[in-house]
Write a protein that binds this ligand. Structure first.
Ligand code: KIV
Ligand code: ZN
Length: 519
């Protein structure tokens, strides 16, 4: 639909800044899957990684460049030749590529981190942008810690970067220090005082250390910024980045005030949020705006009464606008293959024939145990199918005993390489620990369990429990996930999935992710 509203560019950095959050790393396959979903969401730019930091980051930028066609794919680089060359190389196949170069400009970073004076910073920024332009015509420059940079120097750096060829100038509130009124003034100052600002888009990138990332981003839009950098579920360094779903829905719901629009297909928000939750294992708090479980739940009697009489009394957005069919029972015991496939398609999940058939069989198995099957259940089943984990070790059966004054024991049967079935038993601190010890004896791999969490996917006593865990073994760290109505089975399957990933990675000789320099 054509409108006369100005367009805000949505730059998603879930796969770069989001992935920097502790415990948030994703595999290559997961990143490509998220990138495809971001394309369905219709974001304008996907920052796919920081190629110099590790072979994994390089590969993800390269693969995402090939996997998506509509959004611009961005790769991050410091103003360092090797970084820029590596980003240029990773983006070579992108239909629309962007190199995003950054350099700290605040006094504290200049003096203590970089040990460079103002003149040297201007020179490095200029050279960095010019080198990036050798690879891509679309170049973004970020003066890191811009919100704590002296305004006169920020103006000078931004002007120099645009002169050198930057087409977007991004103003990061790197440490989440800005407050909306002041941040808006900073954007207004750049807009009116940088002589060549009409040759570049002003972008903002806000962190949430003081809980003001969204407010700062919106204030910047009101002041003239035309690109917002954000992440799904607000993931990102420390307290995270401005959350995509919040900024997009704020601009849509209050278009009367902001007078701008984004191209985001808001009905894909829930699918995207769930996918990111699944692949990162980082749960969304129930009260999180837009995508939290309670965001559209009306608990107070007065509110329920009002909503039943007229939704607008207490609802400023419709749940369906973000793709939420809340509390909707999608399928049951009698649902057929067609209903199941249609629902998956509606949820944006695409499986090949073999995986679809397997997911359908699992769904039938679940329907025998659970009367009402919700979107979240279907999603959990289907997501397991999309994980590219080889079935080197596959759970066949298990038996556990536990109780007060009883030593927990487990007997576990595992199929190895689709050939033999091995059985072993162990005791442990609890039934799950006993299962894990028995599995270690079967696989011969000693694993350290670094993280383990379990949550009910939906309400009700028959809800599936989803286990997400992280193990360290053979010098690598891997994650596993599984959802079952039996939580010990879910724990065993999740563990074996992580072990299978370890074996796959060790066989491929892949090293662990490297440290990220300088961000
Ligand atoms: O927070 C920050 O400053 C960044 C830059 C690399 C844009 O993430
Ligand atoms: Zn950041």
């Amino acid at each position: 639909m054509e409108t006369d509203k100005e367009r805000i560019i949505i730059f998603d950095t879930t796969l770069r800044d989001g992935e920097q959050a502790p415990g948030c790393s994703m595999t290559l396959e997961e990143k490509v899957r998220v990138a495809r979903q971001l394309e369905c969401l219709n974001v304008d730019v996907i920052e796919a990684g920081f190629p110099i930091t590790s072979p994994g980051d390089f590969e993800s930028v390269r693969q995402i460049s090939k996997a998506v066609t509509e959004p611009i794919v961005a790769g991050l680089a410091r103003c360092v030749e090797a970084d820029i060359d590596r980003a240029g190389e990773a983006l070579a196949d992108a239909k629309k590529g962007r190199i995003h170069v950054f350099l700290a400009t605040s006094r504290i970073h200049r003096e203590h981190k970089l040990k460079k004076d103002r003149g040297q910073i201007i020179k490095l920024a200029t050279e960095g942008v010019r080198r990036a332009r050798d690879y891509q015509t679309d170049v973004e420059f970020s003066p890191e810690d811009a919100s704590r940079t002296e305004p006169d120097f920020l103006r000078e750096v931004v002007e120099a970067a645009i002169d050198a060829g930057a087409t977007t100038v991004n103003i990061p509130d790197t440490v989440g220090y800005a407050v909306p009124f002041q941040f808006a003034e900073l954007i207004e100052m750049l807009k009116s005082e940088v002589s060549n600002i009409d040759r570049a888009i002003i972008s903002v990138h806000c962190h949430d250390d003081l809980g003001m990332a969204l407010a700062n981003s919106l204030a910047a839009v009101k002041a003239g910024a035309r690109q917002v950098e954000c992440t799904i579920n607000g993931l990102g360094e420390r307290a995270g980045n401005c959350s995509l779903e919040e900024v997009v829905m704020a601009l849509a719901t209050r278009k009367d005030f902001f007078g701008v629009e984004t191209g985001v297909h808001t009905r894909q928000i829930m699918n995207t949020s769930r996918l990111v939750t699944t692949v990162t294992g980082i749960q969304v708090p129930p009260n999180k705006a837009i995508v939290g479980r309670n965001a559209f739940a009306h608990e107070a009697g007065i509110h329920q009464d009002g909503v039943l009489k007229k939704k607008d009394t207490y609802e400023i957005m419709r749940p369906e606008d973000i793709g939420l069919e809340h509390g909707h029972i999608v399928l049951g015991k009698h649902s057929g293959r067609h209903a199941f496939t249609t629902r998956l398609e509606e949820m944006g999940i695409h499986l090949d024939q073999e995986r679809l058939e397997h997911a359908f069989q699992e769904f039938k198995r679940l329907a025998d145990k659970k009367k009402e099957i919700y979107d979240e259940d279907v999603e959990a089943l289907a997501r397991e199918e999309t994980e590219d984990v080889p079935d080197i070790f596959k759970l066949v059966n298990f038996h556990t005993t536990s109780g007060i004054s009883v030593t927990p024991t487990a007997t576990v049967c595992v199929e190895v390489n689709g050939e033999e079935v091995k059985t072993d038993a162990a005791i442990g601190d609890g039934p799950v620990d006993a299962v894990y010890r028995a599995i270690d004896r079967i696989t011969g791999i000693r694993c350290e369990l670094r993280d383990y969490s379990i949550r009910a996917i939906t309400g009700g006593k028959d809800a599936m429990g989803q286990v997400a865990l992280e193990i360290a073994a053979n010098g690598v760290i891997e994650r596993g996930r599984a959802a079952r109505t039996d939580i010990i089975e879910a724990s065993a399957v999740a563990y074996l999935s992580a072990v299978n990933r370890v074996v796959k990675r060790t066989r491929n000789g892949q090293a662990q992710k490297g440290e990220r320099p300088g961000v």
